[in-house]
Design a protein around this ligand. Sequence first.
Ligand code: SF4
Length: 499
Amino acid sequence: MRILIKGLSDERFHRPLVNIANLFEEDSEVMFEPSELDDGLIMEFSWKEENGMVEASGHIDGSDITSRFSRDVPESLNDKERWKQIKNTVLSVYLHLLQEHTGMTQKWGILTGIRPTKLLHKMLREGMSKEDAHAALKRDYLIHDEKINLMQEIVDRQLKAIPDLYDLQQEVSIYIGIPFCPTKCAYCTFPAYAIKGQAGRVGTFLFGLHYEMQKMGAWLKEHGIKVTTVYFGGGTPTSITAEEMDLLYEEMYRSFPDVKHIREVTVEAGRPDTISPDKLEVLNRYNIDRISINPQSYENETLKAIGRHHSVEETIEKYHLSRQYGMNNINMDLIIGLPGEGLKEFQHSLQQTKELKPESLTVHTLSFKRASEMTRNKEKYQVADREEITRMMDEAVSWTKAHQYHPYYLYRQKNILGNLENVGYSLDGQESLYNIIIMEEVQTIIGIGCGAASKFIDPRSGKITQYANPKDPKSYNDRYEQYTEEKIQFLESLFISHV
Ligand code: SF4
């Protein structure tokens, strides 16, 4: 879609205008006056603020599609809040024009770039009643009731799973990134390097990782800062050998403070082809019982097409094996909209899930991330259309409800098929605490290892500073000491200097 916007020269409008256009059609081209456009939509806007109100209107040239919105702008608002009211009013006009033009409805309204549940948590923490918060989401962002109810259900679940969710700022969680996988999947943009033939590099990487764990652990111990959750991700952390895993968990127990206090340790065992009895034994020995085994699909053809290099049968076999070895909190990921898949295939995946009954189920919607093989060769991969994707998502919603899985976190991504969301579901009391903490950004997460992103959250102001370790093992191996030191500096500035 190509759009020329007239009448909105303030650059603060531009990014959200592009983001909203992309909800209707990815990679939309949005231009602003002056520009020559010989085809596409020309939209004209005007807005004014007077007598404590902002009024905005717009129309599409050459059509009878018009729209008008107004909102209060009380004098008590500060500049930032005032601008937000103005911007949301203009964006509401814009969304309405695009909906009329395309016939598509955006159930998330004009909300882009903000985590939906984080927004609702914020409103409730500021003392708004649920009713007022819901009314504001509807009025200010044009979010539909269905999504508001989903947000509320998730917020309630999260507070049930972590009653002290708003008081975790003085603790941290730790993410440990292990950047190796048996092979690289076609849709993947994670730091994941095929492990075969990399023995030397893996060894050096693990040396650096142990170093980071020791240094971070020592710093946390010294300052009496506790760890709430630990998450081993990647890559696939079970790609390394059982001996290497053993040494790593031993290091965790030795270096991290008060390990018994840690509420949850998760290890992604995403690729079933990495799971073996000796590795499960190691997990068991260290009391790690929350793992993720990710089928993604229960169609062998699909798995082959996306480069997973394991079969459906292997997923099922490894699932049962994990149960035998005492894994009693297993998550499984499914992806809606994989190439060649429609409602029928997705129903089959849900049927299989019913038989296995994992404690939690994460339903992703395929997203074409820029760096993936799938995006680079998009024409090779046929994916379902928007209506079918929506039907699959609806199926996920009704199926999970019927089988006692409750939604407990959600996030949206750019370029996600059908502008849908990724939702984590779990049986009662089996929510992943780490997932809640990272989604709602309630405490500092220290990322160690390859591709690990740290989020430093100022316990006083809530200000977030991101810090990313490099994605490739070579760069990490060259400079892990420096990355460790820089992160410790951050921690010092947040937790120590202001005490
Ligand atoms: S298993 Fe996960 S991390 Fe590894 S290549 Fe596939 S999607 Fe990427």
